[in-house]
Design a binder for this molecule. Structure first.
Ligand code: PLP
Length: 385
């Protein structure tokens, strides 16, 4: 139940990739037959990505994944003196890049999620983005779906605001890709980043949509790969795997899979909420079908992660990149949770292959583990912060 950290390859993806490590190992830049076979495979994946994004094939750039896409958007567009708007609930791939450009003379505004009551539902108010705009604003970057809560941001509205002001707009779509209908023209973005390993594809490969004419400086220079937008010998097998994973994700958006996963998530969520002293972070906001983030009063989140792991249920507190750190989630803190409530919150995120039996197992294990931990240390509440 930690699909937002990563997902396993689907067998079809593995099968599609296999020949490109073995018999068809050519370099896609070589002019001989092996090279051309590899080139054809990369081109085919590019067609799939263009269909997925709803863009031209020339607007697809293959890269190493979400972190690279986020970094490329920020380092590739912003120069000293520019102003950059992003949000305080972004992934660290955006936040750390924003901090770095800030050290180099870029002004950065982090817009917080709206407060509708004491605690936020995690949604960014597009009007707050508009209010943050300045004459020097060059780039806005907002995620499509939050990795910790699944909350879906109003990117279309933000895209319209950016377009009206002539500001570049980047979407970190790593957690939204394959989970909600997708269209870069409808989103109104100039740049969009996604990653294969969140949609049952391989790790270390992803793609970026770069709207024609966007003056994006490449992060990596060298050979003339990817129309000089991303140097480096193409990860042919990875790109083929990404193409196959995207193809399967597109099918899953139309064949009832999303509804099936939503029903499983809703059953899991309702079952856990039957435990006293629990609540959903981001409840009320539109969310991806597979994710729920739940706070458990009087429980230390890390202890619960370990207790569930021992029972065969993998979940995470905060995002995987922060595991091992005792810092509470920056996303939940930005939503107004106090430190102990943030530390007592866990993310459950279902694979596309999740079954009723998985949810049954989760519901056997979670309430019992919570009860056990509360019995062990009934005074944890309020002391963790
Ligand atoms: N952005 C978001 C919202 C993510 O969830 C992740 C991965 O956790 C990333 C970016 C980074 O993607 P990658 O693991 O492909 O570098």
């Amino acid at each position: 139940m930690d699909a937002n950290a990563t997902t396993p390859l689907l067998p079809e993806v593995m099968e599609a990739m296999r020949p490109y490590w073995m018999e068809q190992f050519g370099n896609a830049s070589s002019i001989h037959q092996q090279g051309q076979t590899a080139r054809t495979a990369v081109d085919r994946a590019r067609e799939t990505l263009a269909e997925f994004f709803n863009c031209r094939e020339a607007e697809v750039v293959f890269n190493s994944g979400g972190t690279e896409g986020d970094n490329t958007a920020i380092f590739g567009l912003l120069r000293p003196g520019d102003h950059f708007i992003t949000t305080s609930v972004e992934h660290s791939a955006v936040l750390r890049a924003a901090e770095r450009v800030a050290e180099r003379g870029v002004e950065v505004t982090f817009v917080a999620p709206r407060r509708n009551g004491l605690v936020s539902d995690g949604l960014i108010d597009p009007e707050e983005i508009r209010r943050a705009m300045r004459p020097q604003t060059r780039l806005i970057s907002v995620m499509l779906a939050n990795n910790e809560t699944g909350v879906l941001q109003p990117v279309e509205e933000i895209g319209r605001i950016a377009a009206a002001a002539g500001i570049f707009f980047h979407i970190d779509a790593v957690q939204g890709a394959g989970k909600v209908p997708f269209d870069v023209r409808r989103f109104g973005c100039h740049l969009l980043s996604m990653s294969a390993h969140k949609i049952h594809g391989p790790k270390g490969v992803g793609a970026m949509y770069v709207r024609r004419g966007t003056p994006l400086e490449p992060l990596l220079v060298g050979g003339s790969h990817e129309r000089r937008q991303r140097a480096g010998t193409e990860n042919v097998a990875g790109i083929v795997g990404l193409g196959k994973a995207v193809e399967l994700a597109m099918t899953s958006l139309e064949d009832g899979t999303v509804e099936r996963i939503a029903a499983l998530r809703n059953r899991l969520e309702a079952g856990i909420l039957a435990v006293p002293g629990t609540g959903v972070n981001g409840a009320g906001a539109p969310r991806t079908a597979n994710t729920t983030n739940i706070r458990f009063e009087q429980v230390e989140g890390e202890a619960l992660v370990i207790a569930l792991d021992l029972k065969g249920v993998a979940v995470s507190g905060g995002s995987a990149c922060h595991s091992g750190s005792t810092e509470p989630s920056h996303v939940l803190m930005a939503m107004g949770l106090d430190k102990s409530a943030a530390r007592a919150s866990l993310r459950f995120s279902l694979l596309r292959t999740a079954t009723d039996a998985d949810v049954d197992h989760g519901l056997r294990v979670v309430p019992a583990a919570v009860e056990h931990l509360r019995a062990l240390s009934p005074v944890v509440a309020g002391t963790a912060g």
